[in-house]
Design a protein around this ligand. Structure first.
Ligand code: SAH
Length: 180
């Protein structure tokens, strides 16, 4: 069976074509950026840490892929992207192997999500990988869930996928599709 991140990639790959504007809201180690850059030539990726940009740049070069990397918060997406977007992905939490104090936070995640929902084309999708096992993670998870679970159902389809018999606090996927 697919794991949540694998399902996210599968559902994004179903709709992304070469010229689509696609946003990686949280570069991190660059895995999603490289994946998206294999589908589209117009990937824009955000992170607030130099280390994330360095890791992503290296991973893109190794895979001979290209993306526009931006050292700024995803909540400023509208400063950099003024075209409709086909898809976006958020990988919440902290950068593995790095400073666990730099985490995504509801105060910036939610404005970023709202802006990206506005930019999203009909038929476009946004994947949110919700990691919440770290300090502050539950607050962000709950804030995100309360927003996505009240999106109007005529305009958005919102699905959730994740393991329910695992110990610890495994990440889960929330997938949003704009219907109209
Ligand atoms: N939990 C995931 C990785 C998440 S990485 C896993 O285990 O695979 C999350 C990234 O988001 C980090 O690199 C962090 O620097 C970045 N980040 C934090 N706040 C941000 C913001 N406002 N805008 C963009 N990126 C942000």
């Amino acid at each position: 069976m697919l794991r949540p991140l694998e399902l996210a990639h599968h559902l994004l790959a179903e709709i992304i074509v070469k010229d689509d504007v696609v946003v990686d809201a949280t570069m991190g180690q660059g895995f999603d950026t490289v994946f998206l850059a294999g589908l589209s030539d117009a990937v824009v990726a955000f992170d607030v840490q130099d280390l994330a940009l360095e890791m992503t740049e290296k991973r893109l070069a190794e895979n001979k892929r290209q993306a526009k990397l931006i050292l700024d918060g995803h909540e400023n997406v509208d400063k950099y992207v003024d075209k409709p977007i086909k898809a976006a992905i958020f990988n919440l939490g902290y950068l593995p192997k790095s400073d666990k104090k730099v985490i995504t936070q509801a105060e910036t995640t939610l404005p970023a999500l709202t802006k990206m929902l506005e930019l999203l084309v009909t038929g476009g999708r946004i994947a949110l990988m919700i990691y919440y096992g770290h300090e502050g993670g539950h607050e962000e998870r709950d804030a995100v869930l309360s927003v996505v679970s009240t999106l109007p159902q005529k305009t958005y389809q919102v699905m959730r996928y994740g393991g329910i018999n695992q110990i610890n606090q495994p990440p889960f996927l929330v997938m949003i599709e704009k219907l109209a």
